[in-house]
Ligand binder design. Structure first.
Ligand SMILES: *Cc1c(COP(=O)(O)O)cnc(C)c1O
Length: 465
């Protein structure tokens, strides 16, 4: 039942390839966001009681129809959204191959190809980040949140020798860590999940440009120490979610050295800049990190979920995730089995989509795509200013936050709703310095100048409502 004969397999693969190709062909004309209620979708799904088997053709056609009609299309060239990319085509093909072979990446013996291929990529990216490749370790993760959680566990483990076995209760004080008020708030869930408690996260204030304020950080660490707390990690953000701003990594790295705390650099989105010689300097200081998060499913444009965790010493991962069982295959000499170096146990091959995209585009080809998106960000800023908007964030990267003198603070949400309802473009709302702002990010490699002009038209129309 679960594996048709070859003739039928070929027919269905052909059908899916037509569906996928048709989707990419129609994409530009689709509404970027759906107009649908949960009740409508639930009424449709009520037709699936799974008692009568469906023909594969009908099931596939309905699945694509549902996804196409009832999704916000972050693959769309005018999705100016939340770091969700148009997936690279090689990435789409890679995920198909990955699913077909379905290799288990827990142990080397079960997937020598997959594990070596991911190791090769981790070493490549580690080298681009400027860490010592021979000493460093890392793994592919489901995304940035898992990578940041890994960082927290590693930092706790290497800072507090009793933490791993005796737990937080064995420590003489409350461990605390620091991220800027503009950081990605998965940190709160991580503090909760690690048993630190959400109060252990210190949200450090930011300067006028929304960068972590290093003086405030220094004072906060001193105050925490004076109160008996145990600072163990600073998580600097390279590319904040709201405003695409980069915390001052060299100054933070220096402070971490003096204070002897783990430096994590969360470059989930902006880490892609490592591929570009022109943009790489914005990440200067990353080479001093103890650990780094980079999401391949953001600016590297591979299908979700693909994050990466990198750290200065592979031994930290081995210490954090150690376990021995009778039933797992033995680890060959010189191999770092993923199940004893990461949070996941059974794991899919995640890296193939990055591997194939990089292999086929080449580093320079990939860099050219990223650089073009950065240029479009500059072009969008220029167009917005020319049209009377005020740009309220400062970053060399393609996230633009803006306000309009004619738009009252309370009206930003309604403008975004109206623009999304019209369906020709998609932007979001955020808050900066306590004030509402609109936010547009060039997140699709399909976006062109003409798409920016359509966005400007749509903004003018929504503003007039
Ligand atoms: C997106 C993002 C995260 C969370 O990553 P996921 O891939 O969504 O789990 C963490 N930090 C930053 C800076 C991000 O942009």
């Amino acid at each position: 039942m679960l594996m048709p004969e070859q003739v039928e397999r070929r027919r269905l693969l052909g059908l899916v390839s037509e569906q996928v190709d048709g989707f990419f062909g129609r994409l530009d004309g689709l509404p970027v966001a759906p107009d649908v209620t949960a009740d409508e979708i639930r009424a449709h799904l009520a037709g699936y009681d799974f008692e009568q088997p469906l023909a594969a053709d009908a099931a596939l056609a309905d699945a694509l129809t549902m996804l196409e009609r009832w999704s916000t299309h972050n693959a769309h060239p005018r999705y100016f959204g939340l770091f969700n990319p148009t997936p690279s085509f090689m990435g789409v093909l890679a995920d198909t191959l990955t699913a077909a072979v379905n290799s288990q990446l827990a142990t080397w013996s079960a997937s020598p190809a997959g594990i070596e291929l991911e190791r090769h990529l981790v070493r490549y990216v580690t080298g681009l980040a400027g860490l010592d490749v021979e000493l460093a370790g890392g793994s592919f993760t489901t995304g940035g949140a898992e990578a940041n959680q890994t960082a927290t566990l590693v930092a706790l483990t290497r800072t507090f020798p009793t933490y791993g076995d005796a737990g937080l209760r064995s420590l003489p004080g409350q461990p605390v860590f620091y991220a800027s008020a503009e950081s990605h708030l998965a940190w709160l869930k991580i503090a909760h999940a690690c048993g630190l408690g959400r109060d252990a996260l210190r949200l450090t204030s930011v300067d006028d440009e929304l960068r972590m304020d290093v003086e405030a950080l220094r004072e906060q660490i001193a105050a925490d120490r004076a109160a008996g707390a145990l600072p163990f990690m600073v998580a600097a953000t390279a590319g904040t979610t709201s405003a695409g701003v980069l915390d001052p990594l060299p100054e933070i790295a220096e402070l971490c050295r003096v204070e002897d705390v783990h430096l994590h650099v969360d470059a989930a989105w902006a880490g892609a800049a490592l591929l570009s010689e022109r943009l790489r300097p914005v990440l200067v200081g990353i080479e001093r990190a103890d650990s780094v998060t980079i999401d391949a499913h953001k600016w590297l444009s591979v299908p979700m979920g693909a994050g990466m965790f990198l750290c200065r010493e592979n031994a930290w991962l081995a210490e954090t995730f150690r376990v021995a069982t009778a039933y797992m295959p033995p680890t060959p000499e010189g191999i770092a089995d993923p199940y004893v170096h990461s949070i996941q146990w059974s794991r899919r091959l995640i890296g193939l989509k990055l591997f194939l995209t990089l292999a086929v585009a080449g580093r320079e080809g990939y860099a050219a795509v990223i650089e073009e998106q950065a240029r479009l960000g500059d072009a969008l800023r220029t167009k917005l200013i020319a049209a009377g908007w005020r740009v309220v964030n400062a970053t060399p990267l393609p996230v633009v936050c803006f306000q309009h003198p004619a738009l009252s603070p309370g009206a930003h949400g309604a403008l975004v709703e109206e623009l999304q309802r019209r369906g020709r473009a998609w932007i979001s709302a955020t808050r900066l310095r306590g004030e509402p702002a609109l936010r547009a990010c060039i997140t699709s490699y399909l976006t062109m100048q003409a798409d920016l002009d359509i966005l400007l038209e749509e903004l003018a129309l929504a503003l007039a409502v």
